[in-house]
Design a protein around this ligand. Sequence first.
Ligand SMILES: Cc1cc2nc3c(=O)[nH]c(=O)nc-3n(C[C@H](O)[C@H](O)[C@H](O)COP(=O)(O)OP(=O)(O)OC[C@H]3O[C@@H](n4cnc5c(N)ncnc54)[C@H](O)[C@@H]3O)c2cc1C
Length: 388
Amino acid sequence: MGQPRIAIIGAGMGGLAVAATLRRFGFASEIFEQAERFGRVGAGIQMMPNSMKVLRGIGVEALLRERAFQPVSHLNRDAYSGEVMRELPMPEEAYGAPYLCMHRADLHDALLAAVPRESIHLGRKLLGIDRRRGTLVLRFADGTSAETDAVIGADGLHSKVREILLGPDQPVHKGRIAYRAVFRAERLGGFDIGPSRTKWWGRDRHIVIYYTARDRSELYFVTSVPEPAEWLTPESWSAKGEVRDLREAYADFHRDVRTVLDACPDCHKWAILEREPLPRWSEDGIVLLGDAAHPMTPYMAQGAATSIEDAAILARCLAETKGEDPQAAFRRYEAHRKPRTSRIQAISSANTWMKGGTYDTSWLYGYDAWNADLDAPASAAGEDLVAA
Ligand SMILES: Cc1cc2nc3c(=O)[nH]c(=O)nc-3n(C[C@H](O)[C@H](O)[C@H](O)COP(=O)(O)OP(=O)(O)OC[C@H]3O[C@@H](n4cnc5c(N)ncnc54)[C@H](O)[C@@H]3O)c2cc1C
């Protein structure tokens, strides 16, 4: 076959990352994205050392370092007393790459810079995939179509490609939402949230707070709080939130948290959704990646990170078949990746990561997708950690 034609559905974190990792191995790809343009959604994102290694390999680390904040640790505190429950230092040498916190749009922009602009086709919402004489034909909502040899479905939690492979179903919503906001630190009136990424653990809710800019000029928080399920409709996966409701939900939290929420000008709320591990990720030249394959709750900050890990492994598997057998490459990719992402989905769902104890974290942050053994399952935690 030689160089296969590769189509990527979705220009989110995973789609752009895999376009960039494929380029590293000499494969071109075409990316089809439903959005007409990319917006700057008000959210931060943590990039852990495991994904930073991949980002380093595609040449975007320097760009991220210019803007991002580098926390000294994961700090876990009791929401009411402020007592430190656990602190995990995050020096670069511990896991072979930095831990960076940034605006989500800064990560997206950096990934965009690693992909040729002309390969990204905006306003192309995938509706279906037909198979005609060994070729895959993509059908888009604007009436256009495109032919390809392989499809990477990086189209997120509500993936159309997943639906095509496995049939329709709904993600799991356990009645919790995330309030999120990014705003200027000068609104804090001189208060410093500190050099760590801090998670404040309450009885049935939490909040994570960190700077998103290297010069500490901008900060972000994300919560998890119960919300009646009736709020959730497919049209409202994300919506404007009421700051008043948010402050009320955290009224009994530590003064430092209240200081941040009092300074917050406005916020959005997002349904927290997940899925059980899927029965399979690929078929007949079509494969899933990122949230399309393994959506998880955000509690371990590993959703985008694992999407970016996927990107390096998928490109390596394709490169090893010299692009001649995409389906064999996809099977190898799934066999390597699924044990790890399924474990992370489970721990993330339980929301136990970093709550207490002193267990091993190297399997998570030390993983190196460029050098991992493709014929062995990717490193995953032991059973004990789900209940830790
Ligand atoms: C509150 C919250 C906080 C989070 N914090 C972190 C964090 O700190 N660290 C971390 O690693 N992860 C975090 N995550 C998870 C992370 O945001 C996701 O895992 C990540 O964005 C998944 O990337 P993706 O490329 O698979 O999907 P997405 O980023 O969702 O991208 C999918 C793309 O596909 C496009 N698309 C969808 N359908 C179609 C279609 N039919 N045709 C064409 N295009 C289509 C979409 O428009 C979108 O651009 C968080 C998530 C939430 C909800």
